[in-house]
Design a protein around this ligand. Structure first.
Ligand code: HEC
Length: 101
């Protein structure tokens, strides 16, 4: 049991940060409403990265919105609060999303 968990952890580390953060986003349920390349219920991470390109405040702005939720930026559909996400994870996710090529 422990061995399997260790192997899984090292497996993720070996895949590099992009895949590790996709894994985090999947674990935190983000990917049920978002996809990297296409709109689902929420905007694609690619579109979000393009929108905030060059905006230095975007990391903090999005990290806060990820936890608290919100509406009106992309359309009428709101994003519910994601209380299961810690502040540290939220910052990590925001940085990863903003780095989408
Ligand atoms: C229930 C569906 C749903 C879930 C779950 C969800 N989102 Fe969203 N997300 C949305 C919608 C809808 C919007 C558009 C909100 C708007 O127009 O302001 C959005 C917007 C965003 C934005 C852009 C915010 C802005 O102001 O431009 C980011 C970044 C984001 N989501 C990240 C995440 C992350 C990270 C998670 C996982 C912790 C997550 N979302 C989970 C539906 C969801």
């Amino acid at each position: 049991m422990k061995k399997a968990l260790l192997a899984a952890t090292f497996g993720i580390a070996a895949m590099g940060p992009a895949v590790a953060d996709l894994k985090l986003a999947t674990t935190k349920n983000c990917m049920s409403c978002h996809a990297v390349e296409r709109k689902v219920l929420g905007p694609s991470f690619k579109d979000i990265a393009a929108r905030y390109k060059g905006n230095k405040a975007a990391g903090d702005l999005l990290a806060t919105k990820i936890i608290k939720g919100g509406a009106g930026v992309w359309g009428p559909v709101p994003m519910p609060a994601n209380n299961q996400v810690s502040e540290a994870d939220s910052k990590k996710l925001a940085a990863w999303i903003l780095a989408t090529p």
